[in-house]
Design a binder for this molecule. Structure first.
Ligand code: FAD
Length: 461
């Protein structure tokens, strides 16, 4: 079922009479299953008795994207292209900015169907396409369980304010999506695109930012996501509520890179977790809280707060208290370079940074500590936010995501409350190395990262 709230017309153009196909503009949801936008496009093609052609335009200058993120995305697209072909849909992947690629192909389209993105650049692209094409542009929201505008029509203060608003709708939205068969294949007629068989060769000739190299810890693609999810459900979910925070253990699902590139549907993960047997209700609930409430709070944040990447996004109390402590003496101050090359005096922080650089994914708990310390060791909160976002977006496979903007802002007080006042942080929540030592086998974590470095041979990009 595709609930009406997921669907929105982004322009008011009429459907042309002599169209050759329906065009599916794949953007954020880069997958062939559990994709409401794709199913909507298939139904539209059947209604018009036309084939469905899919397009993915790659801009080589996506803000802050690196060889690391392009490689992961291309691996995913290669698998998706095959999966779409199995459904009779030709996907053309082009080295062309999305707006241009879609505008070119839209001239023969009855209608264009796309997915929804929440960041500035993603919204701008859709606005431009809506204006530049002469057929309807339909947006279908598929990368959240509850559509963002349905959950709330304003920026939410914190998880506790959005939670009941999301839960109220779960019965209606936490439902499987049926697949429709495409009646007219486009495999023979679809326009050409890139050959995705040799991704290394393709990456080589692309003009992209190479400041973070490809990693082999996580490979892109829906079947990779599927394997990791199977493993998570079978071996880790049962301990998720109690032990997920311990960075010396590996009890996380690793779904975030796949969610970021839309290679897996949050709805599918949620349904599988909900239906998991023998794992305990508290674990299912803890996971769904992260996947649905926390993740969709981040989307709410980027949707309604235009300043999501600057300290202007912070609540008044946090901006005020950070301002009052702006001149406090910092015990240590580092520049971007020292952070980037993990050369602080703090071994735990350095281990987290190295884990991110080497694997493309820092442990979730360490991300909080990492961000808090950047606040503590930079001259002011503006620098802290800039440096944290720059490193996060360069090295994390799941970077450049609403979750990253919300996560970094959280370190500076967003979606949180005031705590006891102290130097530098003011009333913003503080985290300490002592806390890590008390709660976890943090030396075990450092050893784990050291071993990773040994096996990877280098440990940098
Ligand atoms: P799991 O624990 O298995 O969680 C499953 C899913 O729930 C995640 O994939 C994610 O979609 C969601 N989730 C979990 N924790 C959070 C959270 N705190 N907020 C919102 N959603 C959550 N997440 C990103 O996806 N991209 C980022 O760039 C990013 N940067 C962060 C930076 C900082 C400073 C902080 C504090 C957090 C950041 N997070 C980011 C949120 C969180 O740390 C990651 O989503 C999580 O570690 C991903 O690993 P996982 O999928 O194995 O997590």
């Amino acid at each position: 079922m595709i609930q009406g709230e997921r669907v929105r017309y982004l322009n008011t153009r009429e459907t042309p009479r002599d169209a050759a196909y329906v065009l599916y503009w794949m953007q954020r949801a880069q997958r062939a299953t559990m994709n409401h936008a794709l199913e909507h496009a298939i139904r539209a093609a059947n209604q018009h008795q036309l084939p469905l052609v899919a397009i993915f335009g790659i801009t080589q200058r996506f803000p802050e994207a690196t060889a690391r993120s392009y490689a992961f995305m291309l691996e995913g697209l290669r698998a998706t292209k095959q999966a779409l072909a199995d459904r009779g849909i030709g996907l053309a992947v082009r080295l062309q900015p999305p707006v241009d690629a879609v505008r070119d192909l839209a001239t023969d389209a009855a209608t264009v169907v796309t997915d929804r993105g929440y960041l500035r650049v993603e919204r701008r692209w859709r606005e431009r396409v809506a204006k530049q094409i002469s057929c309807p542009l339909v947006q279908v929201e598929t990368d959240v369980v509850v559509p963002v505008d349905t959950a709330s029509d304003k920026e939410e203060y914190a998880a506790y304010t959005i939670r009941p608003k999301i839960h109220k709708h779960l019965d209606r939205f936490l439902r499987p999506l049926e697949e429709t068969s495409l009646e007219r294949s486009s495999l023979r007629t679809a326009p050409g695109g890139l050959d995705l068989e040799d991704i290394d060769a393709l990456l080589e000739r692309m003009r992209i930012n190479r400041s973070a190299a490809q990693v082999d810890t996580f490979r892109g693609g829906a079947s990779e996501a599927d394997c990791l999810l199977d493993k998570f459900l079978a071996r880790k979910l049962g301990a998720y509520a109690d032990r997920r925070s311990d960075p010396s253990e590996d009890l996380l699902s690793h779904m975030s890179p796949y969610l970021h590139f839309g290679q897996v549907s949050p709805l599918e993960i949620a349904l599988r977790v909900k239906g998991a047997e023998g794992v305990g209700e508290e674990n299912r609930e803890a996971y769904l809280e992260e996947l649905i409430v926390r993740r969709e709070l981040s989307m709410n944040f980027c949707r309604y707060n235009a300043e999501y990447d600057s300290i202007a996004c912070l609540p008044d109390w946090a901006r005020k208290t950070l301002g009052e402590h702006a001149d406090d003496r910092r015990e240590f101050v580092y520049e971007l370079d020292a952070f980037e090359s993990a050369e602080t005096r703090d071994r735990y922080w350095n281990a987290a940074q190295r884990e991110m650089v080497m694997t493309g994914k820092m442990h979730g708990y360490m991300r909080m500590y990492w961000g808090k310390k950047i606040l503590e060791w930079t001259p002011n909160p503006e620098d802290a936010m800039r440096i944290a976002l720059e490193l996060n977006n360069r090295y994390e496979l799941d970077g450049r995501d609403p979750n990253g903007y919300a996560g970094v802002a959280w370190c500076l007080g967003k979606h949180d409350r005031a705590w006891a006042e102290r130097d530098v942080y003011g009333k913003v929540r503080y985290m300490s190395a002592g806390g890590l030592e008390r709660k976890f086998d943090i030396e075990g974590y450092v050893r784990k990262v050291d071993e990773l470095a040994l096996h990877s041979g280098a440990g940098d990009s």
